[in-house]
Design a protein around this ligand. Structure first.
Ligand code: AMP
Ligand code: MG
Length: 550
């Protein structure tokens, strides 16, 4: 279909400053057929979002709108719904679906690609940053394989709310501008158990500086398309990691560096890979801090920028259980359980490393960068845990205290989020420390003497340690409450919001969004949302069990 050039009008969304570096500088699929097929020698295929019948805006993020320079009037306009449902292409847009592959659950799966995501293009924001706008659920692409290219309201509410919640928690993530209900029905078999039913269709507009994944590089390496691999690596370094090319001091923000032909050397590639390793380590440390379980850490779901990407069957720890995964597809092996996320990130980085290894002469520096993951993660994790405990310094005894805490938290069902907030309230002198964290226990009446003793023992050690450091209770409380969220998107809360949205009432989606904008603040009017998961939600579908690709 060639480059699409919609006409410029006086509509606000036609004033978006499309830069489209990805599609301008990288090889496109010459084949225009939107049928499932293998795409060779191309980074992307040009596609058009499907039309939908009756789009309505369910929710939007005002921070993302602001980031993109869209005012309230534009967001409220009919054109906003038309554009972010895919019904109208804004001027300058050059829509595309990316080609990528990936390891799924540890096995190479070949070509995957954007099967239901269509990027409208990349824009320059008023502050000069680049952001790509991508519609998830916008219809068929050459990468749709056997599926329909669509998304349902249920999974779209989850993606929309969680991306914004993660951002406000301070976790690197793709963002979500809008959630639109399409007015069309989509058939889904929620648990893959032979009970397909029509559901409401929806589209989320995701926003990120780049949607490139580890799998974008892997696909070329797997096919021996070394020239394509080199082109994509060079493009990514020049554009998304321009600080590595231009020198740390140069202000390259907002400069289109794709056309600049600075030679990319092996040293650049190694530094780039080391940067990806560091970002990925940081991202996982942040997941562990807030109790987030991604659920599908396949290499096609790993962002090259170290952003949390692809919110599918993710979940939040209620009771602290390192063995927990929300993903029913992974129930047998629990490969992507909470406690294994660091090791999986490392394994995924090794796959990326072996994909780019074909480009460099000397593998040793790449290997070293990969090996650095362990130290980076461990240092980050120790610092993060010390922060959660309100400790300014970390000595060898503290490492042991942290390790012992993880044992204490798994002793009985203990709500992770509530535990750390209550621990912040525990004063150094309190004589019955276990009473301070009582709310965090799911079955307090079932605590045995022995369990009480172990928990109490740890809390007393902690009080001793806090006294030794000499930080005032007030100071420590403030520091801890700035890193231990009070509000997270508990699985059952998302499900309640979905239940209501499916019956036509989006108010809880919007209320949750509002509360999750300030996850560290006490919000007395929303106290119930900071409480333990209710018992009915323990094993309800959607609250503790989810499947892939809904
Ligand atoms: P996910 O598990 O959501 O990360 O998806 C894995 C792969 O399946 C990606 O290539 C997706 O684009 C593709 N996919 C998932 N759901 C659909 C769908 N409804 N239609 C087309 N492709 C899909
Ligand atoms: Mg994916």
């Amino acid at each position: 279909m060639g480059e699409v050039a919609p006409p410029v009008t006086d509509l606000a969304l036609d004033q978006l400053d499309f830069s489209n570096r990805f599609t301008r500088h990288l090889p496109a699929d010459p084949d225009e057929r939107v049928v499932p097929r293998q795409v060779h020698g191309a980074c992307f295929s040009r596609v058009r979002p499907a039309s939908v019948s009756a789009p309505e805006l369910v929710a939007h993020s005002r921070e993302v709108a602001e980031l993109l320079g869209l005012d309230a009037e534009t967001v409220a306009s009919r054109d906003f719904v038309e554009v972010f449902s895919g019904n109208r292409l804004p001027a300058g847009s050059d829509p595309f679906a990316m080609c990528y592959g990936g390891h799924q659950f540890g096995n190479w799966a070949g070509q995957l690609g954007d099967g239901r995501a269509t990027a409208l293009g990349e824009i320059r924001t008023p502050s000069g940053e680049y952001q790509t706008l991508q519609l998830k659920g916008a219809g068929l692409t050459p990468y749709s394989r056997g599926a329909d290219g669509l998304a349902v309201l249920r999974s779209s509410v989850r993606e929309f709310l969680c991306s914004e919640a993660m951002h406000h928690l301070g976790v690197p993530t793709t963002r979500a501008l809008s959630l639109v209900a399409t007015g069309d029905k989509v058939v889904r078999d929620v648990l893959y158990d032979g009970n397909p039913a029509p559901e409401l269709g929806a589209i989320v507009c995701r926003v990120a500086p780049s949607f490139t994944r580890f799998g974008n590089f892997q696909i070329f390496a797997s096919r021996g398309e070394t020239q394509m691999l080199r082109q994509l690596v060079e493009f990514t370094i020049r554009n998304d990691f321009s600080h590595l090319v231009a020198g740390a001091d140069a202000d390259t923000a907002g400069i289109d560096t794709a056309g600049i032909d600075t030679a990319i050397t092996d040293a650049h590639i190694t530094r780039w890979f080391a940067d990806v390793v560091a970002r990925t380590a940081r991202m996982v440390v942040e997941w562990m801090r807030v109790g987030f379980v991604h659920g599908v850490m396949n290499t096609d779901n790993m962002s090259i920028l170290g952003l949390t990407i692809d919110y599918g069957p993710y979940g939040w720890l209620d009771d602290f259980d390192p063995g927990w995964t929300p993903n029913t597809t992974d129930a047998a092996h629990r490969r992507y359980r909470y406690g294994q996320q660091p090791q999986i990130a490392h394994w995924n980085l090794a796959q990326l490393g072996s994909a780019v290894a074909t480009l460099v002469d000397d593998l040793a520096p790449l290997q070293e960068a990969l090996d650095d993951f362990v130290g980076l993660y461990e240092a980050g994790s120790t610092r993060m845990m010390a922060d959660k405990l309100g400790l300014r310094t970390v000595g060898p005894d503290d490492q042991q205290m942290i390790a012992d805490l993880l044992g204490v938290l798994t002793l009985v069902e203990t709500d992770m989020t509530i535990f750390f907030r209550r621990l912040a309230d525990l004063t150094a002198e309190r004589s019955d420390p276990i009473a301070a964290v009582h709310d965090a226990f799911y079955l307090p009446e079932q605590l045995t003497e022995n369990e009480r003793g172990q928990i109490d023992g740890w809390l007393r050690r902690y009080q001793d340690r806090v006294r030794a450091e000499g930080t005032s209770d007030e100071e420590r409380r403030a520091a801890m409450n700035a890193v231990n969220p009070k509000y997270v998107l508990r699985n059952y809360l998302a499900q309640l919001a979905i239940d209501r949205a499916e019956s036509g009432d989006a108010s809880m989606v919007n209320e949750l969004l509002e509360v999750l904008r300030r996850p560290y603040d006490d919000q007395p009017e929303h106290e119930p949302w900071a409480e333990r998961r209710p018992d009915w939600a323990r094993s309800r579908v959607g609250c503790s069990m989810l499947s892939c690709s809904s």
